[in-house]
Design a protein around this ligand. Structure first.
Ligand SMILES: *Cc1c(COP(=O)(O)O)cnc(C)c1O
Length: 385
């Protein structure tokens, strides 16, 4: 599919959906293909390649082609959620599968790896992916898959993709990366040596808090990629056509959204790091962040996610979140509206998340308005303390 992609920059490819149009009407927006079943040719063939709605869908394919182009991938597959995409990678491994995964990552996926994956024959070891010596110790010739996330929830630690890819490949393992937070605007992991990229397309790729979706993109159409096709079909995990169409509408503005949101996050990070009610700001764009130098090398921008640790501890953090008027007190990230969340309330007891941490997803609102709202919320907790 990528063979026919025009040689445009990612922003152009996304804005024009690779130049797609409706061949019947010449409409500039492709239609939604909703059919679940297709007519067989008289000689018993299916020449269009479409047979049934669970393995494949034309609208889903258009969104996949766009994501593949943005990631520089040979092909992409869309799933019903980010979790469906991520778990498909583990379910596609031959048991017994030994997986090395990041200690700090999206909490629900780490929980699945620890609690559910063993039921499907996987052994999972969690390591600090910023410690390359520890990664080298954990990855052995038995390892089939290394799973990383960078920048990772909720401290935004940065993992060296090229270095971990070398360690994984030397042991004969694949490297998969959850690139939801970086987005293809700021990081192209396949170009740095990763084998698979995963996105919760629910977040930046769609960007409007109205679609749950997941994506995988591959460096190669190899045997493992065929397994992923099979897992998606057999588990019935394909994305619906309406969701795929909405996702395409979101993708058109991905580049401008992510750049504007990242600029706002950077401004908030700088201003909040001088705030008397903030003990620490966690943002890869700040020079004092442990992953700053690596992020500057590996990413084209620092992203739109940051966390703050509120002076006064957990109670003060929860109280500050209760005082916001403009920020939305909600889980999730990557949408046009700014979201704030007391993350430890969501994550389990074995989480790396400090109890005084608020996770901030900078949206598209005015940065002054966003700062003023946080400022009044933080000051209100100071008065009560
Ligand atoms: C939301 C999220 C997921 C899970 O995606 P869903 O679409 O909610 O299933 C995985 N990884 C990261 C980094 C996320 O933010």
């Amino acid at each position: 599919m990528t063979d026919r992609v025009p040689k445009w920059k990612p922003r152009t490819l996304a804005a024009q959906m690779l130049g797609m149009e409706d061949p019947t009407t010449r409409g500039v927006v492709p239609p939604v293909h909703v059919a679940t079943t297709f007519i067989r040719d008289p000689d018993n063939q299916y020449r269009t390649g479409f047979v049934y709605g669970r393995p494949d869908n034309a609208t889903v394919r258009q969104a996949e082609a766009t994501i593949a182009a943005l990631e520089g991938a040979e092909e992409a597959l869309l799933f019903a959620s980010g979790m469906a995409a991520a778990t498909a990678v583990v379910l596609a491994l031959d048991a017994p599968a030994y997986v090395v995964a990041a200690q700090e990552m999206y909490w629900a996926l780490r929980d699945w790896l620890v609690r559910e994956a063993p039921r499907h024959g996987s052994r999972v070891e969690l390591v600090d992916m910023t410690d390359l010596a520890a990664v080298r110790r954990a990855v052995t010739p038995e390892t089939k898959l290394v799973w990383i996330e960078t920048p990772s929830n909720p401290l935004w630690s940065v993992t060296d993709i090229a270095a971990v890819a070398d360690i994984a490949h030397a042991a004969g393992a694949r490297l998969a990366i959850d690139s939801t937070v970086a987005t293809p605007v700021f990081t192209r992991p396949l170009g740095l040596g990763a084998d698979l990229v995963m996105h919760s397309a629910t977040k930046y790729l769609n960007g409007h808090s109205d679609v749950v979706a997941g994506a995988l993109a591959t460096a190669r159409r190899d045997e493992f990629w065929s397994r992923l096709h099979a897992v998606r079909t057999r588990y019935g995990a394909i994305l619906g056509p309406f969701e795929a169409w909405l996702l395409m509408r979101g993708l058109r503005t991905l580049d401008v959204r992510v750049r504007a949101q990242s600029a706002t996050a950077a401004e908030l990070a700088h201003r909040l790091s001088r705030h008397e009610r903030v003990a620490q700001v966690l943002y890869p764009g700040l020079p004092e962040h442990l992953g700053h130098a690596l992020a500057a090398r590996q990413m084209a921008g620092f992203g739109a996610m940051l966390s703050i640790r509120v002076a006064g501890g957990e109670a003060a953090a929860i109280a500050a979140a209760a005082q916001v008027r403009l920020w939305k007190r909600a889980t999730s990230l990557g949408s046009v509206e700014s979201l704030i969340e007391h993350r430890a309330s969501v994550e389990g007891p074995d989480s790396v998340c400090p109890p005084d941490l608020l996770r901030l997803s900078a949206g598209l609102e005015d940065a002054d308005d966003l700062y003023a709202d946080l400022d009044q919320a933080l000051r209100a907790t100071g008065r009560r303390a």
